[in-house]
Design a protein around this ligand. Structure first.
Ligand code: ATP
Length: 514
C-alpha cells in the first residue's frame, strides 16, 4: 500500500472507531486541534501509564510532579522562550501559504536521499550478489552528482541554522529551486521569525492584568520545583523528576494529523547529575529510552537515532528517537544533555539559589541536567501506524486489524454470548463481571460472531471469548486470538492466567529492565 494511502486510512480509521476526532467538528473544526474518543482515551491512558511506571517504578531515584499550566511569566524569559522560541517562516506570494523554511529544506534533502536510495535499489537488483554499494556510491555519476548536491545544501543549511541567518535560509530555498506544492511557483517572501507561545491575561484588565503564557513545554515546571522536590523528598543526586501534561505551541505548519498539534501532551523527565557525569547519563538514558520504544514490539527497524545538527549553545549533546511514520522517519522523543543552563537561568531571574548541597563532599554546586522529552500523541500515532494491517483471509474476505501491544490495547478482552437467548447473555455477563477487575473488558451481543470479531480486530482487542450452550454445562469457553485468529476451548477458571500472561504491563516493563 502506498504510504500516503496508508496515512489517509489511519486518519479515517481513527475517526470511524472512536480513537481521534477533529476538534469542534460540528463547527467545521479548529486547525491542528484534536479530541480523543472512547478507545483513543484508553490507549492514551495506557501509554501514559507505561511511560510513568517505566520512570517511577523502575527507578527509585525518579519521582513525579504535576505542575500547573500557568506559570510566572518570568519563567519564560529565563528559559529563553520569550526571546528565542521561534520558527523561521516563509510565505509563497502566489498561494499565500505559509511554510517553515527549515522544514522546506529538510524535505528537499529527504527527497534527494529518496532518489539516491532508488538508484541504489535499482542497481542492487541489476547486479545481484556482486553488488557493492560503497563502490557504486563512489563511482556512479548520477549518484555522485546527487550526493554532492545534498552535501552542499546540507552544509549551507547547518551553517545558516547555527548562525540564525534568515537571508541565507531563503537563498538556499531559491538556489535549490524549491517550489510551493500548492501554487507550483518559487515566488517567496523573506524569511521571518515567529514566536510559538500562546499568551493570555490573568486578572482583571482594569487593575492591570498580567500577561501569562500557556506553557510550551512541561520541563520548566520541573526546573522551578527542583528545590521543593529535592528537599521534601530528601533526594540525593543523581535523581530525576518526571511529569506528564498538556503543552501548547502556535504551530504554523500544522499538518500530519496528531503529529503536530497546537495543544498536545508531553511526558518529560529531567535527570539531575553531578557536573562532569552528564555524558555518561546521557548515553544511559539514550539507550533506556530506545529500549522503551522497542519493547512495544512494532519492529526494531522502525526506530533510529538522529543526532542534532544544531546544538543549543548551552547543550553538549542532543539526539532524537525517530519512528518511521507513513510520511517518513520523524521525531518522537528528544534526549538532551542541557548542562546547568536551566537552573542557572532561574537562579539569575528569581534571585533564589538553585544549588544542591552534596553531603559527601560538603560542597554546593549547580547540577547538570539530562532530559528525556517525548510526545504522547506522537507515540499514539506511531502505535496506530505500526499496528495497522489489512489482511486477506481467503474466500474474498479481508480484515483490518490493529496489532497493538496487548498490554496497551484499549480493550483487552471482549466477551460474547453466541446468541442472545437460552441464558447465554446472563452467563456471559457473569463471566465478564468476574474478569472486569483484572482486565479492560467489553461485552457485545449484537450481530454475528464474525462481525463482532471484526469490530474487535479493528480496535486491537487481543482476546475474544464466546460463551455457547456447552459453557452452561462444562464452564468452558472458546478463546480467539487476534493475531493468529486461532481458537481454543479453555475453562473459565484458566482464563485469568492465560490473558494476564500477555496483557500485563509487567511484560513490557520487564523487557526494558533486562
Ligand atoms: P519538532 O522539531 O517536530 O517541532 P521539537 O524538537 O520542537 O519537535 P521538543 O521541543 O523537543 O520538540 O519537544 C519534545 C517532544 O514533544 C517532541 O519529541 C514531540 O514528540 C513532542 N512535540 C513537540 N511539538 C509537538 C506538537 N506540535 N504536536 C505534538 N507533539 C509535539
Amino acid at each position: 500500500m502506498a504510504q500516503e494511502d496508508l496515512f489517509k486510512k489511519i486518519v479515517s480509521h481513527c475517526k470511524e472507531y472512536g480513537f481521534v476526532f477533529p476538534s469542534s467538528e460540528i463547527y467545521d473544526g479548529l486547525g491542528a486541534v484534536y479530541d480523543y474518543g472512547p478507545y483513543g482515551v484508553e490507549l492514551k491512558n495506557n501509554i501514559r501509564k507505561y511511560w510513568w511506571d517505566s520512570m517511577t517504578l523502575l527507578h527509585e531515584n525518579v519521582v513525579g510532579i504535576d505542575s500547573a499550566v500557568f506559570m510566572h511569566p518570568s519563567i519564560w524569559k529565563a528559559s529563553g522562550h520569550v526571546d528565542a522560541f521561534n520558527d523561521p517562516l516563509i510565505d509563497n506570494k502566489d498561494s499565500k501559504k505559509r511554510y517553515r523554511a527549515d522544514i522546506l529544506i529538510e524535505e528537499y534533502l529527504a527527497k534527494i536521499d529518496g532518489k539516491i536510495q532508488k538508484e541504489i535499489e535499482k542497481a542492487a537488483k541489476r547486479y545481484g550478489d556482486v553488488f557493492n554499494e560503497t563502490e557504486y556510491r563512489a563511482t556512479n555519476p548520477r549518484v555522485s552528482e546527487l550526493q554532492a548536491k545534498r552535501r552542499e545544501t546540507h552544509t549551507r543549511f547547518t551553517q545558516a541554522l547555527n548562525a540564525s541567518n534568515l537571508e541565507e535560509l531563503r537563498q538556499i530555498i531559491v538556489d535549490a529551486e524549491i517550489l510551493c506544492p500548492l501554487s507550483g511557483t518559487g515566488n517567496w517572501t523573506e524569511v521571518r521569525q515567529f514566536n510559538l507561545m500562546f499568551s493570555t491575561e490573568m486578572g482583571s484588565t482594569s487593575q492591570g492584568a498580567m500577561r501569562v503564557y500557556l506553557r510550551p513545554e512541561t520541563a520548566q515546571g520541573i526546573f522551578v520545583n527542583f528545590l521543593n522536590v529535592q528537599k521534601t523528598g530528601r533526594m540525593k543526586i543523581p535523581f530525576g523528576i518526571a511529569q506528564t501534561g498538556k503543552a501548547f505551541r502556535n504551530e504554523i505548519v500544522a499538518r500530519q494529523f496528531i503529529f503536530r498539534m497546537r495543544e498536545f501532551e508531553q511526558m518529560e523527565m529531567q535527570f539531575f547529575v553531578r557536573p562532569g557525569e552528564e555524558m555518561e547519563w546521557f548515553t544511559r538514558w539514550k539507550s533506556l529510552r530506545m529500549a522503551w520504544h522497542k519493547a512495544m514490539g512494532l519492529g526494531p527497524d522502525k526506530y533510529r537515532y538522529h543526532d542534532h545538527e544544531k546544538l543549543a549553545h548551552y547543550a553538549n549533546a542532543a539526539t532524537d528517537i525517530e519512528f518511521e511514520m507513513p510520511f517518513g522517519f520523524k521525531e518522537v522523543e528528544g534526549i538532551h544533555s542541557r548542562g546547568d543552563f536551566d537552573l542557572r537561568q532561574h537562579e539569575k531571574y528569581s534571585g533564589k539559589k538553585m544549588q544542591y548541597f552534596d553531603p559527601e563532599s560538603g560542597q554546593s554546586y549547580t547540577p547538570c541536567v539530562v532530559e528525556t522529552s517525548i510526545g504522547l500523541d506522537r507515540v499514539f500515532l506511531s502505535l496506530i501506524a505500526g499496528a495497522y494491517a489489512e489482511e486477506t483471509l481467503g474466500q474474498g474476505e479481508t480484515r483490518v486489524v490493529l496489532k497493538l501491544p496487548p498490554a496497551l490495547a484499549p480493550v483487552q478482552l471482549a466477551v460474547f454470548p453466541l446468541v442472545k437467548k437460552d441464558g447465554l447473555p446472563g452467563k456471559a455477563e457473569e463471566i465478564r463481571n468476574r474478569l472486569r477487575f483484572d482486565f479492560r473488558c467489553l461485552y457485545d451481543e449484537k450481530d454475528s460472531i464474525g462481525k463482532r470479531y471484526r469490530r474487535q480486530d479493528a480496535i486491537g482487542t487481543p482476546y475474544c471469548i464466546t460463551i455457547d450452550h456447552e459453557t452452561l454445562n462444562d464452564d468452558r469457553v472458546t478463546i480467539r486470538f487476534r493475531d493468529t485468529m486461532e481458537q481454543e476451548r479453555v475453562s473459565v477458571e484458566n482464563l485469568p492466567g492465560i490473558i494476564a500472561e500477555k496483557v500485563s504491563l509487567k511484560n513490557l516493563l520487564k523487557k526494558i529492565n533486562d
